[in-house]
Design a protein around this ligand. Structure first.
Ligand code: AMP
Ligand code: ZN
Length: 480
């Protein structure tokens, strides 16, 4: 239809938009820092997860294979503290909140390719640290903890824009044994009662940052295309990941593009557990359809903060309803369509308007994934549907509008596109389900003749059964 624009994304490191040029030409590899599973995932987390999921959908629409990795931090100070406070095994905390995370992202329609957990990668983490020690980037303290020596890495602070050492201090609790206040732990010696793993430096557990360097390279290789997370992670987490990875792999840049999502805020505050202002995703998903939340997240540019108010979610709900109704209307028009159709000049004008919507939609997403602009294009589409196409349902107009709406919905993941064949309603679905079960039983017992009769009788009503092994699905087709 028209040449696709190149995809540009803002890179936090160079503070500029960069053209996406995947290291492997057809595949974009994305790593996103995922949840520390010590509490329920909240709608702030949801924003970050949905943005990268939509980006992934857009990249696959543009013809790329996308590999999307999100880590699960299942060993961490916060988890240990919570286990101690509640007098529970840390693993049961991890299990509970990992389950909560999976349920939430499943409902939100987010599909991730790998979800590596820290506790499954301890051996690799130890090997990574050993090599950093061998290369002179890390040192072992008397306690058995291992620290990264920031002064050995020449480019520290550039990602976060903290070029002055004065602003690098971190992990103040280890000041007593670190060479410099800004060195950070790669391995933490275990205190009594804490979970631990054996290591060449004694019992302990990984520091926070090392896991992401190890697990990203394990699943994506020593260099990859996009590293994501929220802006809250730029310092120290991503600064540290970058330092230790570039030191380890001897590559520069380690990742091509650093992307950061703005925080979900409540007034001026970040939504976070420590500020006690969170709305758990599981609660929000009881109140709002997943697609409403997704549209709400995407109606503001991903780099800007998004302020939580119920009114703004209700606005997104209105848009959601408009999208679903327009889609239903177009499907209905398509079904009832009579041939032949002749396109007059007025129709051609509308077709051109539709084409412009499509061009604007793609342009917006290609320019730093501008979802609000893309939604503005979709809003124009809705205008055309209700102003013109509804009263003038020519084949080309309806099918083009449906195609654009379907494309946009693919990226936003807003609503389920119910296929026409479920139109007959819930009751028919149930009856067919029952018949399918009966037929399965018949086939199990070798009574294929009756099973076949059911199938051919249903065909007369425009229902085609499709067998795959003992499982059967159905679609509606033209009556025979
Ligand atoms: P956490 O479990 O807090 O480490 O966060 C998991 C992911 O969610 C990280 O990529 C964070 O940057 C992101 N995140 C945490 N809080 C928020 C928030 N309020 N708004 C947007 N993203 C967030
Ligand atoms: Zn990380």
């Amino acid at each position: 239809m028209y040449g696709q624009p190149e995809i540009r994304l803002y890179d936090t490191l160079t503070k500029s938009e960069k053209t996406l040029q995947p290291i492997e030409p057809d595949t974009v590899k994305i790593y996103v820092c995922g949840p520390t599973v010590y509490d329920y995932s909240h709608i702030g987390h949801g924003r970050t997860y949905v943005v990268y999921d939509s980006l992934k959908r857009y990249l696959s629409l543009r013809g790329y294979n996308v590999v999307h990795v999100v880590n699960i931090t299942d060993i961490d100070d916060k988890i240990i503290r919570r286990a101690q406070e509640e007098n529970r095994d840390w693993r049961s905390i991890v299990d509970e909140y990992t389950r909560d995370y999976f349920e939430a992202i499943e409902k939100l329609g987010i599909r991730v390719d790998h979800h590596p957990r820290v506790s499954d990668h301890i051996g690799e983490i130890i090997e990574f640290i050993e090599r950093l020690i061998d290369r002179g980037y890390a040192y072992i303290a008397p306690s058995g903890s291992v620290y990264f020596e920031v002064d050995k890495y020449e480019d520290y602070g550039r990602l976060s824009g903290r070029l002055d050492k004065e602003y690098w201090s971190q992990e103040a609790e280890f000041l007593g044994e670190k060479k410099k206040p800004y060195d950070f732990a790669l391995w933490k010696a275990a205190k009594p009662g804490e979970p631990y793993w054996e290591s060449p430096w004694g019992r302990g557990r990984p520091g926070w940052h090392i896991e992401c360097s190890v697990m990203s390279s394990r699943y994506l290789g020593g260099r990859f295309d996009i590293h994501g997370g929220g802006t809250d992670l730029i310092f120290p987490h991503h600064e540290n990941e970058r330092a230790q990875s570039e030191a380890f792999f001897g590559v520069k840049p380690w990742v091509s593009i650093w992307m950061h999502t703005g925080m979900l805020t409540v007034g001026v505050d970040k939504m976070s557990k420590s500020l006690k202002n969170i709305v758990p995703l599981r609660d929000a998903l009881k109140k709002y359809q997943p697609g409403v939340l997704r549209l709400w997240y995407l109606h503001v540019h991903y780099r800007k903060p998004l302020n939580y108010t119920e009114e703004s979610i209700e606005q997104a709900e209105k848009l959601y309803n408009r999208l679903v109704s327009a889609h239903d209307l177009l499907l209905k028009l398509q079904r009832e369509m009579q041939n032949p159709h002749y396109l007059n000049n007025e129709d051609l004008k509308i077709l051109n308007e539709l084409k412009q919507v499509y061009v604007d939609f793609h342009k917006a997403l290609s320019e730093d994934f501008n979802t609000p602009e893309a939604l503005a294009a979709v809003n124009k589409l809705l205008g055309i549907v209700y102003r013109d196409i509804q009263y003038n349902p020519k084949y080309m107009l309806v099918s083009q509008a449906l195609r654009i709406l379907g494309t946009a919905n693919y990226v936003f993941g807003a609503f389920e596109e119910k296929p026409v064949y479920t139109e007959a309603g819930e009751e028919l679905e149930k009856i067919l389900g029952l018949l399918i079960e009966v037929r399965k039983e018949l086939r199990k017992r070798g009574m294929y003749d009756i099973a076949d009769t059911i199938r051919s009788e249903l065909l007369k009503y425009g229902i085609q059964l499709m067998d795959r092994g003992l499982e059967t699905t159905w679609i509606r087709i033209k009556k025979q």
